[in-house]
Write a protein that binds this ligand. Sequence first.
Ligand SMILES: CCCCCCCC/C=C\CCCCCCCC(=O)N[C@@H](COP(=O)(O)O)[C@H](O)/C=C/CCCCCCCCCCCCC
Length: 218
Amino acid sequence: MAGPAASENQNFCFKEELDAFKLSLSPTKEVILEHYLAGWSGLVKFLNRLGNVFGFISKDASSKIQILRNFLNGESGSEYFTVQSMVKYELENKLVDLKKAGSHPESGCRTLLRLHRALRWLELFLERLRTSQEDGKTSAMCAESYNESLAQFHPWVVRKAAGLAFCMLPGRLAFFEVMNVGTPDQVVAMLGEALPVVTEVYQITQELYAKHDLLDIP
Ligand SMILES: CCCCCCCC/C=C\CCCCCCCC(=O)N[C@@H](COP(=O)(O)O)[C@H](O)/C=C/CCCCCCCCCCCCC
């Protein structure tokens, strides 16, 4: 694993990255896109610290984050304030290719769906990590979570590459150190705090996408 220098690690705390997801929930339970993307950016930063072998994953996630940031900073940016307003705006203006790829191959709805599916992987992985034993294998936890969620949406070649990359994950304790949260007990407590937030963001988005029949955008 290409680990960070000790001084670099002091400036990185995994909890702060997950706090962005907390901020993404508005008082009316809408998902604020800017904070949602900040949460993902933090996770990508973390992934980059695990080594170059995860580069193809972080590159894909970064490009999706960038597509959504471009909408947010574009001329219709205010329509992208929340995931709910984005869905309404893009559907009302026929900006989504719903059944097959056409003139809107990178709509906000489609792009966010890819990250949303990955959030389910994260939820499953965090739960496994939280309840793992001292000798637990992060590679197995990651692979199981992936197989139960994202894998069904990926072709064989991506599944194979992801499976190989997972084998390079550090052991549980080294993984906790990269998170830079504190002792293993503190990490477990933080995971217990973070999980309900990730679950809530996931469920709100899932219900919204299901209501508008957006869960299979190509
Ligand atoms: C305390 C726990 C710490 C967890 C840290 C997690 C860090 C994870 C950071 C980012 C997660 C990556 C998100 C990946 C988004 C993938 C979106 C996607 O499905 N893209 C595919 C489809 O896109 P389109 O072609 O339709 O545009 C694309 O084909 C994917 C390519 C790359 C492979 C994606 C594999 C995803 C594996 C997710 C597990 C990441 C492993 C992290 C190890 C800790």
